[in-house]
Design a protein around this ligand. Structure first.
Ligand code: C2O
Length: 359
């Protein structure tokens, strides 16, 4: 059977353990606020896109856009934690569904829900960005507001650095707990095994190779998206370094960015270095927009023609829950996220996709 929404009244502390280094487990209260309004089901009818939201590379954003996104996050941060649209609740959605906040419904004992390490990874995160973006847009009254994507695969025009827009301290899109050694113009490696002090030309070559391995050679849905997870499957022992069902995009370049952006001098490499705190850093959403974009590139734009998503009913009908821009909880299905354009979300082409596609 497909994974279902857990019983939201049964929240427990989320725990995160160190993937590397000395053993350490921290506990977080990521329990989600329950709105007074009843939960609704997503339908394309209710959420019809009126205008296109076009996500562009973060390193090409202009001053007007940067002011706009800062305003939106400022308003989101000002909402009370009890509001599902608040920055805190938004971050807790990631924490609770990745770090064991809710046991799966209908099974003996505690089998935590885990949206990483499997075929749930891409659709869950697409939905997450979709609602996050809608909330930001509605807070500033702009239905065409779109997130930016961190074009880290671009090894030619500067996408492979932390985007400048996220670096000035004391802005609404800045986060203190970030690796201090990767300020631009340092090139961010796309594999945890690539040392930060490799020369630029070596890093660039390795990054292109990592992209090729994570996306192009991952020719099947299982290899790219991740493997089968059904209701009741227990992934509680899986971790970032042991994710047997994780696909190439997740286990490869995606994890590397988390690894490098987290501050390794803090416990658990906060914020980006562990799932419980990753989305407290606004750069998370730009990072995942690129992951989401690469899903489209993989699906449609690689040599050799179209590639195909999983079509197992337990994949298609997997259920998740998010908050919409009215603060309501919305139940969604994985299958409704398979076409990003249907959701009104478009990507401007990456700055140099061809370099790694033809590596
Ligand atoms: Cu939900 Cu990049 O992790």
């Amino acid at each position: 059977a497909p994974v279902q929404i857990p019983d939201l009244s049964r929240c427990q502390l989320s725990s995160a353990s160190a993937p590397r280094g000395p053993p350490l487990t921290l506990y977080f209260n990521c329990c989600l606020p329950i709105p007074k309004q009843p939960m609704v089901d997503f339908s394309f009818h209710t959420y019809t896109p009126t205008v296109r939201r076009v996500r562009r590379p973060a390193h090409t954003a202009n001053a007007e856009y940067i002011a706009k996104i800062n305003k939106a996050y400022q308003l989101m941060r000002a909402l009370p934690d009890t509001d599902g649209r608040s920055f805190k609740a938004q971050a807790d959605i990631h924490c609770s569904f990745c770090n064991g906040g809710y046991p799966q419904k209908g099974f003996q004992g505690d089998i935590p829900l885990q949206v990483h390490f499997s075929w749930l990874f891409l659709p869950w995160h697409r939905w997450y960005l979709y609602f996050h973006e809608r909330i930001l847009g509605s807070l500033i009254g702009d239905p065409s507001f779109a997130l930016v994507y961190w074009n880290w695969d671009d090894q030619k025009t500067g996408g492979n650095q932390v985007p400048e827009m996220f670096t000035p301290a004391n802005t609404a899109i800045y986060e203190e707990k970030r690796n201090k050694n990767i300020q631009p113009p340092v090139i961010v490696p796309l594999a945890a095994s690539t040392p930060l002090n490799d020369s630029n030309s070596v890093k660039i070559d390795k990054n292109l190779n990592n992209m090729y391995q994570s996306v192009v050679t991952a020719s099947t849905a299982t290899l790219f998206m991740g493997g089968i997870v059904r209701a009741g499957d227990d992934l509680s022992n899986a971790s970032v370094v042991n994710a047997p069902l994780g696909g190439g995009i997740e286990n490869g370049v995606h994890n590397a960015i988390h690894f490098y952006v987290g501050d390794s001098t803090t416990q658990l490499s906060q914020d980006m270095g562990n799932f419980a705190t990753a989305s407290r850093d606004p750069i998370f959403y730009a990072h995942h927009s690129n992951v989401d974009r690469l899903w489209e590139v993989w699906r449609y734009n690689l040599p050799g023609g179209e590639r195909f998503d999983h079509n197992d009913p337990d994949f298609l009908n997997a259920q998740f829950v998010f908050y919409d821009e009215r603060g309501r909880m919305v139940r969604v299905l994985a299958k409704d996220a398979l076409d990003s354009k249907k959701l009104g979300v478009y990507y401007q082409k990456g700055e140099s996709d061809d370099l790694w596609i033809n590596y």
